[in-house]
Write a protein that binds this ligand. Structure first.
Ligand code: ATP
Ligand code: MG
Length: 337
């Protein structure tokens, strides 16, 4: 599916003027860096002498950070606890110019925090503090009320479901129904076990493992990819399904259209974490800028390509997208270097 250089310029120049609501599971990623110089006298484990730490936004918050970097305004709607991690989280949001206005504190829950202890580049252990049960009725009601209060101001909704309890079937039904009524674009980054809940949305962005699991058919060749993509489209009555395929790029399935397959550009890969968050953020941002779905997929693929070539998160700007796309498109078609 060709895309002309002028169109790339036009679309990437338009990115950055939308308000996009991100609803989902918020996480904080903590890294403790240090060195191992001895084995503990208490147990046969290394002792890490910690010299520095770093916090990064994870889950729905990383999607919001991506949206901010693209120049759009992210409204991050989710639930944190009332604990040390929630305070840290708000500080980081502030430093990234993301509003805490739509965060709900629920005292009965723990803010999700994943801590990695690193000795040099080697991860020694990861420990998670989180609750995974569904929100109680009162908190869920608060989430929906907040959603209702801004629904008329937003161009699109991204649902970032990491299965930590915010995205319940009842909340989804209400949110999707309201978005349909108001013709708001809804994108879902799915949790594979919740697939049957995402009915009637604009796009779902599973990776190939999640898509295969959800459809009950492993994807190991093109025939199976088509079967799963078209099958999910029909089963969920979605407008589109974007299956991401790691180093093989992505495939877009739309109703009444042939699937579009988009290869990745040949490049060095440093860090694939967060690529899925960049895909959904860039895709939705592009749609808000007026892109057709296949154009949004091409731009999202370029965004993911930039992310995997860098260490860390949320680095994709419209200018970088424009550069990356112009470099990799010849005669309107993507070329592999
Ligand atoms: N090894 C790679 N080489 C080039 N591009 C890659 C590679 N891995 C991922 N990508 C890019 O990132 C996109 C998303 O990656 P992937 O399919 O792994 O999603 P994901 O599993 O949802 O990611 P995440 O771990 O962030 O949830 C791919 O469609 C591709 O554009
Ligand atoms: Mg993913």
């Amino acid at each position: 599916m060709p895309i002309k250089p002028d169109r790339i310029t036009e679309l990437t120049e338009k990115i950055g003027n939308a308000k996009i609501l991100i609803l989902g599971d918020i996480m904080l990623d903590e890294y403790l860096f240090g060195q191992v110089t001895r084995i503990s006298p208490e147990a046969p484990v290394p002792v890490v002498e910690v010299t520095s730490d770093r916090f990064l936004l994870g889950g729905a918050a990383n999607v919001a950070a991506n949206i901010r970097k693209l120049g759009d305004e992210p409204l991050l709607l989710g639930v944190v606890g009332l604990d040390e991690a929630s305070v840290k989280f708000s500080q980081i949001l502030k430093s990234k110019k993301i509003s805490s206005e739509f965060l709900i504190n629920d005292e009965s829950r723990q803010t999700t925090i994943k801590t990695r202890v690193m000795a040099g580049n080697q991860q020694i252990v990861r420990y998670d503090r989180e609750n995974r049960h569904e929100l109680n009725a009162e908190t869920e009601q608060k989430v929906f009320k907040k959603f209702e209060s801004v629904v008329d101001d937003i161009s699109a909704v991204i649902i970032s479901d990491y299965g930590k309890g915010v995205i319940s079937l009842s909340l989804l039904e209400k949110v999707i129904a309201l978005c349909r009524e108001k013709s708001i674009f809804v994108a879902v980054d799915p949790k594979e076990t919740h697939f049957h809940n995402y009915k009637n949305v604009s796009v779902i962005t599973p990776n190939h493992h999640e898509a295969g699991f959800a459809y009950g058919q492993r994807i190991s060749n093109e025939k199976e990819l088509l079967e799963v993509g078209n099958g999910l489209l029909e089963k969920l009555q979605a407008k589109s399904i974007l299956i991401t395929r790691g180093a093989d790029g992505m495939s877009l399935f739309r109703t009444d259209k042939e699937p579009t397959h988009i290869p990745t550009f040949a490049k060095k890969v440093f860090d694939v974490t967060g690529a899925g968050d960049t895909v959904i953020a860039t895709f939705v941002s592009s749609v808000c800028a007026g892109a057709e779905l296949h154009e949004a997929a091409i731009i999202a693929n370029a965004g993911a390509g930039i992310t995997v070539g860098e260490v860390g998160t949320a680095s994709v700007t419209p200018e970088l997208l424009r550069k990356e796309l112009h470099l990799n498109i010849k005669d309107g078609n993507l070329v592999k270097n």
